[in-house]
Design a protein around this ligand. Structure first.
Ligand SMILES: Cc1cc2nc3c(=O)[nH]c(=O)nc-3n(C[C@H](O)[C@H](O)[C@H](O)COP(=O)(O)OP(=O)(O)OC[C@H]3O[C@@H](n4cnc5c(N)ncnc54)[C@H](O)[C@@H]3O)c2cc1C
Length: 392
């Protein structure tokens, strides 16, 4: 008989895990919102999937997207000085999570994975842990359900470092070569412009990361789509002239009424396993590794951890699943979690001088520009550049 696994959460981590594990184990996904509610709901992320994540999606036979607007480059601007467009070795993509998740849920159901529509409350946990050979907490930033201990050294912040302000828009001419544009306004915040695919066709995501109470933090109290659009246009006109020049006023509009969000993330990293009455419970994704979205690594780190957890569960398939497995999982992923987290946390602070120098060098040297673009696809390289002060 196959071992039974319960996955709580039907987001990036939970769904990818279901694809990875479904052939070897008996998988049940427990989710608080239905596929249709997700599809008709509010946007959740900007979800750039870099090359290694897209490879894992292929490995686990996840749905393929007809992405005609792949992300091939990372443009870097500091202040009003455009520095370069670095070319990614492998293209990235951004597919609206509302479309992506709802599609995956329907596809997994057709492939025989069980789904249970239920929001798990704390008092139901014990029964759930008893029911499965392993429960995996993939409840994202609203989690975790179980008290995974905080890793204090990797969790230095007491409050969010940015306010996230995101809208999916029609009416912006793409930059060239098509890619993510990052504009850093020192002491104010950042703008990420990202081409993405939605149910309503291609869009341009405008993602402001505002340092709280500074000049970009001007969306407080905005609740309606038209107010949000007007305020975004004002901010773009004032602070991001390159984007403003590419806006066609006639059709500058959100892709749908729910295509905007505002939130703020307090980063926190947890040890991703506990034993509960001698039974192992593990965490995967934001429920245990919650980073600021500034480096665009949340989906990518979730996907990395999914693959590592899958490998561990296959390795331990015929052994007891106890704290040894939990410890082995954590030991295996910790170096990468640490690199992603330290780099991401550093990105929320003023850029170190040696990094600024590297970026300036990228303006004159395309090889350096391409290496900088790779930081986002391969955060170990970014970590090396930030902390080991490598000169490219
Ligand atoms: C503004 C913003 C921009 C971002 N941009 C990027 C980016 O460009 N690239 C990138 O890699 N990452 C990005 N991220 C991060 C990325 O979206 C997350 O890291 C990723 O979605 C985490 O996946 P997850 O499965 O852990 O959580 P989620 O995708 O949030 O899924 C969690 C699921 O658990 C369900 N759930 C929660 N509690 C319960 C419960 N009690 N019972 C049942 N179900 C429950 C929720 O309904 C949800 O479906 C961004 C995040 C934000 C906020």
């Amino acid at each position: 008989m196959k071992k039974q696994i319960g996955i709580v959460g039907s987001g990036e981590a939970g769904l990818q895990l279901a694809y990875a594990l479904r052939k070897e184990f008996d998988v049940t996904v427990i989710h608080s919102i239905s596929a249709d509610e997700i599809r008709d709901g509010r946007i959740m992320s900007t979800q750039v999937h870099f090359g290694s994540t897209r490879k894992r999606e292929n490995r686990f036979n996840m749905p393929k997207w007809d992405v005609d607007q792949l992300i091939n480059s990372i443009h870097i601007t500091i202040g009003n000085q455009k520095l370069f467009a670095g070319i990614l070795k492998e293209p990235a993509s951004s597919v609206d999570q509302r479309l992506y998740f709802s599609n995956c849920m329907k596809d997994l159901k057709n492939k025989g994975v069980s789904f249970r529509h239920q929001r798990i409350e704390n008092e139901q946990l014990e029964r759930l842990i008893d029911e499965f050979d392993l429960m995996i907490d993939c409840t994202g930033k609203s989690g975790p359900l179980v008290p995974f201990p905080i890793e204090e050294k990797l969790s230095p912040f007491k409050v969010p470092q940015r306010k996230c302000i995101v809208g999916y828009f029609h009416g912006i001419k793409p930059n060239h070569p098509v890619g993510v544009s990052v504009t850093v306004l020192p002491e104010v915040g950042e703008m990420f412009e990202i081409p993405a695919i939605t149910e309503h066709g291609p869009v341009t995501i405008l993602f402001i990361m505002a340092i709280p109470d500074h000049d970009l933090d001007v969306f407080k109290g905005i609740k309606y789509a038209n107010e949000f659009t007007n305020q975004m246009e004002n901010v773009v006109q004032k602070y991001f002239p390159d984007i403003h020049e590419r806006i066609n006023k006639e059709n500058f509009t959100l892709s749908d009424e729910r295509a905007f969000l505002q939130n703020a993330i307090k980063p926190v990293i947890r040890k991703p396993y506990v034993t509960f009455k001698n039974k192992l419970v593990v965490g995967c994704g934001d429920s245990v590794f919650l980073n600021d979205p500034i480096s665009g690594q949340g989906c990518n780190l979730s996907s990395y951890c999914v693959e590592q957890l899958y490998e561990m569960l296959i390795e331990y398939k015929h052994s007891t699943w106890d704290h040894h497995l939990g410890e082995a999982y954590w030991n295996r992923i910790k170096p990468f979690v640490k690199e992603v987290t330290e780099w991401t946390n550093a990105m929320t602070q003023p850029l170190p001088q040696h990094v600024v120098q590297l970026l300036l060098k990228g303006a004159k040297d395309q090889t350096v520009a391409d290496e900088v673009a790779e930081w986002f696809a391969n955060p170990s390289k970014a970590h090396e550049a930030f902390f080991q002060k490598t000169t490219l």
